[in-house]
Ligand binder design. Structure first.
Ligand SMILES: [Fe+2]
Ligand SMILES: [Fe+2]
Length: 178
């Protein structure tokens, strides 16, 4: 951040990249937790493995962008590592529909977060904007796939969904600062 001059949009973009990388990292950990519990044979596990591969691509993109632009990573990485994995493992242990409910809830908040970011970015950082727009389209696909796979039929869906969405909003707010 040392190179910043007035009028330079980078400080805002730096914090955006930090929170996005944290989110994508968290997503890979959620899916890793789910797959650890579900194995890789069920249809739900195959759907999740496909999503996980896309999250991996998102995360790698932000990792590379951070390195290139000298953005410091979130200090909470060890926490997202454990919290993401635990969320994935617990929801998958409840059942495949609960696992899908988790994805639907998380992706709903990520979609909202990316939409807000695109709004703030405008045409200020075309490289970041293009990536966020592309990844957002895939998060929306994940949400829709999770709903198609029965997310809303999970036992206690409104409660679980509300809880996970609140958790995601808190995580995003935290990742913007730390
Ligand atoms: Fe993602
Ligand atoms: Fe996703």
């Amino acid at each position: 951040m040392g190179g910043w001059k007035p009028g330079d949009p980078r400080p805002a973009a730096d914090s955006m990249i930090r929170v996005d990388q944290a989110g994508e990292y968290g997503a890979t950990r959620i899916y890793a937790g789910q797959l650890a519990v579900m194995g890789d044979r069920s249809p739900a596990a195959r759907t999740i493995a496909g999503m996980a591969a896309q999250e991996e691509r998102h995360r790698k993109f932000f990792d590379a962008m951070m390195a290139r632009r000298g953005v410091r990573p979130t200090a909470l990485q060890p926490f997202w590592n454990v919290a993401g994995f635990a969320l994935g493992a617990v929801t998958a242990a409840i059942g495949p529909r609960a696992a899908m409910a988790c994805t639907a809830a998380v992706e709903t908040e990520i979609d909202r977060h990316y939409a807000e970011q695109l709004d703030r970015l405008g045409d200020g950082d075309p490289e970041l904007g293009a990536a966020v727009a592309e990844f957002r389209a895939e998060e929306i696909e994940h949400r829709d796939a999770a709903i198609a796979a029965g997310a809303e039929q999970a036992i206690g869906y409104p409660f679980m969904s509300g809880l996970i969405r609140a958790g995601c909003r808190a995580a995003i707010a935290l990742a913007k600062r730390i």
